[in-house]
Design a protein around this ligand. Structure first.
Ligand code: PEP
Ligand code: MN
Length: 329
């Protein structure tokens, strides 16, 4: 919708109309009492690129259609998307998906032990970082390929499908070989080349919301994966940057019902990275479930004080079964 200024002349209105028509959209001139509005019905992409804001007599251009497409619940055939990962159903409202495990694969023993505990406690998937995005380049960056082997062993031992992060397109093959779900981390939500590679791997993708990304941007990032023909995308709210510093990030719980309204994709909440504090993980997990989340992603460690990464937010492995029971009840 193009809104003209009150002073716009007939010639200026005609010029806008003509420029719109070059893109093949249907143009509707709507004269009002004070100003004239011009509706453009059709593909909004071409219209966005016309530079109408700079034309004489144009006051503003107001987009009516949504900027995300494939992730949108408006997409013709889309009911809530649900899919199965090694027998675990995600989305669709009938099952709750509990993804749990250590922040990082630190050793074979540590990972196998936590994997056994979360499997026994009722987790549906195991998480664990092999390639870690660290804010400081001097922090532990994960065991890399060796960690992928350990995760594969943990899967074989527990039967739990494995979720691990794809940090760099260079690791795509190795990650695809060992993972059941490819995680795209918050810091890479707008790494479009990586999103396209992830979309092509043929594995489900868990897409985390960027630290300072809007929900519209999250859905446009999901479009990058979906357009590669990969329909199995989970959205993950993991907290955003706000002025509040008491928690590590601010868990945006309203993202859950908003995403459920505007997208057909399953929504997972990560209260561990959002809060940075294990004492907040259970209340926020319960709140996420009440808000309609399709599942949770939580970090668990047998000895959080000794964890190489994110210890303060890790649930004690010994508390996991109780946590899972209370959250699912
Ligand atoms: C993680 O899940 O280990 C992680 C690094 O999360 P985020 O990308 O949300 O910070
Ligand atoms: Mn972590």
């Amino acid at each position: 919708m193009i809104v003209m200024t009150p002073e716009a002349s007939e010639a200026q209105i005609e010029a806008v109309k003509e420029r719109l028509e070059t893109t093949g959209v249907h143009v509707l001139v709507l004269p009002g009492e004070l100003t004239t509005a011009i509706g453009a019905i059709g593909d909004p992409e071409g219209v966005r690129e016309l530079g109408l804001e700079g034309m004489e007599g144009v006051d503003r251009v107001v987009p009516i259609s949504r900027p995300y497409k494939l992730a949108s619940s408006e997409l013709a055939h889309h009911e809530a998307t649900s899919f199965s990962i090694a027998g675990r159903v995600v989305g669709g409202g009938t099952t709750f998906c509990l993804i749990a495990g250590p922040c990082t694969v630190e050793s074979r023993e540590q990972t196998l032990e936590v994997a056994g505990v979360v499997a026994a406690g009722g987790a549906s998937m195991l998480r664990g970082g092999a390639f870690k995005p660290r804010t400081s380049p001097f922090a532990f960056k994960g065991l890399g390929s060796a960690a992928l082997e350990i995760l594969a062993e943990a899967r074989a031992a527990t039967g739990l499908p494995v979720v691990t992060e794809l940090l760099d397109t260079q690791h795509a093959e190795a990650v695809a070989e060992h993972a059941d779900v490819v995680q795209i981390g918050a810091r890479n939500m707008q790494n479009y080349a990586l999103l396209e590679v992830a979309g092509k791997l043929g594995l489900p993708v868990l897409l985390k919301r960027g630290l300072s990304s809007s929900l519209e941007e999250l859905l446009m990032a999901a479009d990058y994966v979906l357009k590669e023909g990969n329909e199995r995308v989970m959205l993950c709210e993991r907290g955003i940057r706000t002025y509040e510093t008491a928690t590590r990030f601010t868990l945006d719980l309203s993202a859950v019902p908003w995403l459920k309204l505007h997208s057909h994709l399953p929504v997972i909440v990560d209260p561990s990275h959002a809060s940075g504090d294990r004492r907040l993980v259970e209340p926020m997990s319960r709140a996420a479930a009440a808000a309609g989340a399709d599942g949770l992603l939580v970090e668990v460690h047998q000895d959080p004080a000794a964890a190489l990464c994110d210890g303060p937010q890790a649930l004690f492995a010994s508390d996991f079964a109780g946590f899972a029971r209370r959250v699912e009840s």
